[in-house]
Structure formats: structure tokens, C-alpha cells
Design a protein around this ligand. Structure first.
Ligand SMILES: [Zn+2]
Ligand SMILES: [Zn+2]
Length: 211
């Protein structure tokens, strides 16, 4: 497959003419900052806070690992669209060319704006309400705070993993390490079986999928 031709064709046929990566990023950042600030305001910090945050992050990392492995790499009835969109991501970005050519190519890298909107406007308020009936009230703001930070890291680090090797961020060892990890996941031979972790590789070690 000629990747250059595929990308050109994809930009013309799939990426909407009105799409702007800058606006996409701006709206996502505004939601992130707002959600982090609101949840942080409700946190009653105590010596147990690091434990609540650690447990919440561990949950978020496990959830995203299983979502990526079993919902985006397999066809789940009712969610074939998610598999299709993720397949586009894996076709647009392949292990031999992980980098984007132009800024609007992040259309195929970030979560679509409508999923981000559902996450912040519907999912977060719903889960806050639901958890407040199940867990001690002190835990809930810690959880929402950790979940939102982790989701922001997910988008940010996935972006970094698709940056050029010449980008200044790549002077950091962890950025090169995570790009290598994610490149393994984008290899056609391993995409359905290895390196599903995006932010860091713990879950891949835990579930035996580290390449
Ligand atoms: Zn990727
Ligand atoms: Zn994938």
C-alpha cells in the first residue's frame, strides 16, 4: 500500500473541510482545565489522598487497556464503528511512518470531538452522581480528578508518540521509549496482540502483552 497516496485520499474524503486541529485542541484543553479545577476544588486533601488517586489512576489505566485491546481491536456488536475508526488510525499511522505530515492529521490521532464532548458533558457528571451513591463522598472528587488527568495524559502522550524524532520533546528518554513502545503496537504483525498501553506500559507487563 502506498501510504502517501492513502493519506492524501483520506484527507480529501474523511477529514471534514471545516476541521481545525487548533480548535479541537483548544476545546479539549478548556474541558480538561475546567474538569480538573472543579474536581480539585471539591477534594478534601488528606494523607489518604495519594492512595485514592493511585487507585483511581490504576482503574483508569486498566479500563483504557481493556477498552483498547477488546473494543478497538475486536468487533463488539453495536461498537463496530469504534473498531473501524481505530482501524483508520492504524492504517494512517504505520510503524514505518508514525509521524503526521500536517497538523490537521491529528484528526486521526485524538479522540473525535463528539466523544470528548460526551465524556465531559455527560459521562463525568453521570459517573460523579453514580459513584456518590456507592463510595464515601471523600473518594469521588479524587476519582474524577485522577480520571480527567489520566485522560488528558492519554491524548497528550499518544500525540507525543506520533511526533517526529527530530521534535525537541524527543530529547527526553521517556518520550523515545514510549514512541518505541507505541511503534510496536502500530506494526501490522503485532497491532492486535501487543503494546496496548498508551500512557505507560504497566498493563502490558501485567497482562503479558509487552513486546
Ligand atoms: Zn497511535
Ligand atoms: Zn490500537
Amino acid at each position: 500500500m502506498n501510504l502517501e497516496r492513502y493519506r492524501k485520499n483520506f484527507r480529501q474524503k474523511v477529514i471534514p473541510k471545516y476541521y481545525s486541529a487548533k480548535i479541537h485542541l483548544l476545546i479539549f484543553s478548556a474541558f480538561e482545565v475546567a474538569s480538573i479545577s472543579i474536581s480539585a476544588k471539591y477534594i478534601e486533601w488528606s494523607w489518604l489522598s495519594p492512595l485514592w488517586i493511585f487507585l483511581s489512576i490504576f482503574w483508569a489505566s486498566t479500563f483504557l487497556y481493556f477498552l483498547h485491546r477488546f473494543m478497538l481491536h475486536r468487533i463488539v456488536p453495536g461498537f463496530a464503528w469504534a473498531h473501524k475508526m481505530h482501524h483508520w488510525h492504524h492504517t494512517f499511522y504505520q510503524s514505518e511512518n508514525m509521524e503526521y505530515d500536517e497538523l490537521n492529521d491529528v484528526y486521526m490521532l485524538l479522540m473525535p470531538p463528539w466523544i470528548q464532548l460526551i465524556y465531559f458533558v455527560l459521562y463525568l457528571p453521570f459517573i460523579t452522581w453514580a459513584l456518590s451513591h456507592l463510595f464515601p463522598p471523600v473518594f469521588v472528587p479524587h476519582f474524577i480528578f485522577a480520571l480527567t488527568v489520566w485522560y488528558g495524559l492519554y491524548e497528550l502522550i499518544h500525540w507525543i508518540e506520533h511526533l517526529s524524532d527530530k521534535h525537541m520533546v524527543m530529547t527526553f528518554g521517556w518520550a523515545r521509549k514510549m514512541k518505541r513502545h507505541h511503534r510496536g503496537h502500530h506494526h501490522p504483525k503485532f497491532k492486535d496482540a501487543r503494546n496496548f498501553g498508551i500512557v505507560e506500559p504497566t498493563q502490558d507487563y501485567l497482562w503479558g502483552t509487552k513486546l
